[in-house]
Design a protein around this ligand. Sequence first.
Ligand SMILES: Nc1ncnc2c1ncn2[C@@H]1O[C@H](COP(=O)(O)OP(=O)(O)OP(=O)(O)O)[C@@H](O)[C@H]1O
Ligand SMILES: [Mg+2]
Length: 112
Amino acid sequence: MKKLEIITRPDKLETLKEILDARSCTGMTILSVMGCGRQRGNVHEIKGMTFNINLLPKIMVNAVIPDELLEPLLIDIREQLATGQVGDGKVFVSDIQDAMRIRTGERGSKAI
Ligand SMILES: Nc1ncnc2c1ncn2[C@@H]1O[C@H](COP(=O)(O)OP(=O)(O)OP(=O)(O)O)[C@@H](O)[C@H]1O
Ligand SMILES: [Mg+2]
């Protein structure tokens, strides 16, 4: 199992939900977040301290998926979420060791 943390533009939420649904992802968690990437820009010096003031609203979609969905989903995301402009976002991928469906006690891939 893999966990995708997809951080992208808020206006891409519907597209992302459709991508995950089309690949039969069984669940997702969506958070509204603030963040910045490489273009920190707008850094002001106030009383000798540096503040980063350009945190932008983003959405983060977490999905735990079977290994075989990883590459197809990355392709879909690249094809449908890239605008060519900075700030399109990132996908962080990690291994998930185990899971449990609380209602039934099912474990591992049966639980996702
Ligand atoms: N290294 C990182 N760690 C955690 N979150 C990150 C990281 N890089 C980007 N993010 C998150 O992703 C969002 C979008 O990042 P963004 O697409 O601007 O990345 P970037 O590296 O600046 O790429 P680009 O040059 O295409 O803009 C950020 O607002 C932040 O929430
Ligand atoms: Mg950026």
